[in-house]
Design a protein around this ligand. Structure first.
Ligand code: IFM
Length: 722
């Protein structure tokens, strides 16, 4: 059995960025990177906020990092003692991922003896505006201690600074009231400290920080406890965020650390009741899988109606804090099956951003809704025309993700359809979902191309999931997803209940039916291989290693006009295989296997979205052994070191929610074999060798089921809501 704790012993400054992601704590409203209290922006500290963005000058628009209410460090005998500068005698950090509690404990050997600082902190799952930290200091000599603490508003930004005004107050209740550049949002943090031992409390001065200190002389080996509570509100939350933050900080301090911790743990326990996955026989898999689910819980926007999940969750500003197809195609299943209320919010975000998608379509001369490739608030597409910087010239490279990844709209329709069929809740259709679906179909209809001499419809000049091959024709995945969009739009249009009566209904049904029938769908060639796009089979056939060996610089971008992979068959991530994972019924098992074998060895897996799709299809092909390492790769994307951190010169590090969601899909839909064929819940397990038993809960059509698998036999029981 696992202990739900990740402990990293000893200190290595090379791990600071990775541990920031690995030890993140979050509650959907904010994510706090797993950095130490004494760290500042140089060590990539971030209290990353959901759904609040800012743009400065020509920089990319990105989410706002709030002032850090966990800031604090030690001065002993007038000497600053902090990592990474002061080397530690002993050090560990620990993440309790059952409850999102981060602990650090460091001992420094100083001239007069040893001093230890241990702190434990969390951001509350019970009240998302609040964080609490308990610091314990002890020394084996009479140390002259000053603990400096407060709120650090000098935050890490990739394209900042985002605060034009920072007002700090270090008197009594500490506060920071900051104002963002573009839209003048207020971001306000208040902090209250409680100390129950004799000490001197003093206001301190540091630029852009609200700081104070407590000073005391330690008795030998006695523990001195300092508890701090911060509250964070923005002007998107309420009219007077500063007052709200002050009030909450004071109230929470009165409640006390232990009470807050208990409420926080209860909130987490409620989440695990429905989502924990127990695997007997393979603790490593169980740990990696539940740790992945931990990250999904940390970023679920439970507190809001109109927010979704960013591609790097709440781990920082990478990928502009934007929502990609990751949410619909990789993350949604977890929430549909464990917390459908959250799934509905993710869907609602797309309905609420329909206007933005219509604007985008219009801008390109299309009808309907072309969703943002990198979606921020109101559906604004944050994707830049120049999304990669060339390592050699340092010049921005023209990329076409925003213009050509038209498969994004189909992901939204696919997700809505899945949500409805798995929850039985079609209310979203009446709340704008039906219109969204029809607008997406209109978009694809207007993008279709037909040669005069041919009867088929094509989608030309696109980019599929494999982003290394840009501006290609008839990407198999895209065309298949567009066909599905037409099908769903027809179903919606045929049901008057969803859209009410309107004039061109019959005309649209006619158009979409024609498009459904005639859109070109790539077919397997004589060897059973489905070409990823027109002309794919004519590209140079080399191995991934060969392509890698051609790199002149390790950070070089593989795709685009001059990329090392562009003229080869080597692909970045699952493409045809993502199609097969979504529509296994399209081809027989032999074709699935043939394509898996063909494409897997030509895939770099340069995106964390890749391995899980291969693992899913491997499970469908009864290739559990091949699926297992790919599952592990997905489930450990944030646990193991060595993730891909650069695309050209652009930093793309952070957590990997899509990979976490993909790991869930592989475990539940792949290994456990949960499927919903013929409108009912079926469980057809194919557990990996090492998984002796597996059990979990899922919600299907509003009924909660417990699934227990043993010897590849499944027992499914309905349970009362827990
Ligand atoms: O959405 C993905 C894309 O498929 C590959 N590049 C990273 C994006 C965000 O995860």
């Amino acid at each position: 059995m696992i202990d739900w704790k990740l402990k990293d012993i000893s200190f290595n400054s090379d791990n600071i960025a990775w541990h920031g992601n690995k030890h993140l704590v979050g509650n959907g409203y904010m994510g706090v990177r797993g950095t130490l209290e004494e760290y500042t922006k140089e060590q990539l500290v971030a209290v990353n906020l959901a759904g609040i963005y800012d743009k400065v000058g020509d920089g990319w628009r990105e989410p706002v990092n709030a002032p850090n209410g966990f800031y604090g460090y030690l001065i002993v005998d007038d000497e600053v003692v902090k990592l990474p500068e002061s080397s530690a005698e002993e050090h560990y950090v620990e993440l309790d991922y059952r409850y999102g509690i981060f602990t650090r404990c460091t001992t420094w050997r100083l001239m007069r003896g040893n001093i230890t600082l241990k702190s434990t902190r969390f951001v509350s799952m019970d009240d998302v505006h609040v964080g609490a930290i308990k610091t314990e200091i002890s020394a084996d000599f009479h140390a002259d201690v000053k603990y400096v603490f407060g709120i650090d508003a000098d935050v890490w930004d990739i394209n900042g600074p985002h605060f034009d005004i920072i007002k700090v107050n270090s008197n009594g209740l500490m506060t920071v009231d900051a104002v963002t550049h573009e839209k003048n949002h207020n971001v306000s943090v208040a902090q209250k400290v409680t100390v129950e031992f004799p000490c001197e409390v003093k206001r301190e001065e540091e630029i852009n920080k609200a700081v104070a200190s407590v000073s005391f002389i330690t008795d030998l080996n006695k523990k001195y406890v300092i508890e701090r509570y911060f509250a964070l509100y923005t002007s998107l939350d309420c009219e007077n965020p500063l007052e709200a933050a002050k009030e909450a900080a004071v109230t929470k301090a009165i409640e006390g650390y232990d009470t807050l911790l208990e409420k926080h743990k209860n909130a987490w326990e409620n989440l695990w009741r429905r989502s924990e996955i127990i695997i007997e026989g393979d603790d490593k898999s169980m740990e990696a899988l539940n740790y992945s689910l931990y990250h999904l819980h940390c970023i679920a926007p439970r507190h809001a109606d109109n927010l979704s999940i960013a591609a790097r969750g709440l781990s920082g500003q990478t990928y502009k804090g934007a929502v990609f197809w990751d949410t619909e195609m990789f993350i949604l299943d977890f929430f549909i099956m464990t917390e459908p209320e959250v799934a509905k919010k993710l869907i609602k975000y797309r309905i609420d951003t329909l206007e933005g998608a219509k604007e985008k379509a219009k801008g390109y001369g299309y009808d309907g809704a072309f969703y943002a490739w990198e979606s921020q608030e109101n559906g604004f597409d944050a994707c830049s025309d120049y999304n990669v910087t060339d390592v050699f010239t340092k010049r921005p490279m023209r990329t076409y993700f925003k213009d050509k990844q038209i498969h994004i709209s189909s992901a939204i329709v696919y997700a809505m359809d899945k949500y409805i069929s798995l929850t039985g809740d079609d209310s979203i259709l009446k709340e704008g979902g039906a219109e969204t679906i029809v607008e997406c179909a209109k978009f694809y209809y207007s993008a279709l191309i037909k040669k005069v001499c041919d009867d088929r419809y094509e989608l030309r000049d696109v980019i599929g999931p494999d982003e290394y091959h840009e501006r290609i024709d008839n990407n198999g995945y895209t065309n298949r997803m567009a066909k599905n969009t037409f099908r769903i739009a027809i179903e919606v249009l045929e049901n008057e209940e969803y859209l009410g009566a309107f004039a061109d209904r019959e005309e649209l049904i006619g158009k979409f039916s024609d498009a459904f029938d005639k859109i070109f769908i790539q077919q397997p060639d004589s060897e059973g291989v489905i070409p990823q796009f027109d002309g794919y089979k004519e590209l140079e056939d080399v191995t991934v290693d060969e392509v890698r060996s051609r790199l002149i610089d390790p950070k070089e971008y593989w795709g685009g006009a001059y990329g090392v992979a562009s003229h080869t068959k080597v692909i970045k991530q699952a493409d045809v295989i993502t199609w097969l994972a979504m529509y296994p019924q399209d081809f027989d098992l032999e074709v699935m296997k043939q394509n898996w074998n063909y494409y897997e060895k030509r895939t770099e897996h340069g995106s964390s979205l890749s391995a899980c799709m291969y693992a899913l299809v491997a499970c469908m092909c009864n290739m559990t052994e091949e699926a297992f390492p790919l599952f592990t790769k997905s489930a450990t994307a944030d646990l193991a070191p060595g993730g891909k951190e650069w695309a050209g010169l652009v930093y793309i590090g952070g957590t990997h929610p899509a990979s976490a969601g993909g790991a869930y899909m592989v475990a539940v839909e792949g290994f456990a074999g949960v499927n919903f064929k013929n409108g009912k819940l079926n469980v057809e397990p194919k557990l990996p060798e090492s998984w002796k038993k597996m059990s979990f809960h899922i919600t299907y059509k509003n009924v909660l089921y417990r699934v227990e698998i043993s010897d590849n036999e499944a027992l499914v029981t309905e349970v009362d809501d827990m």
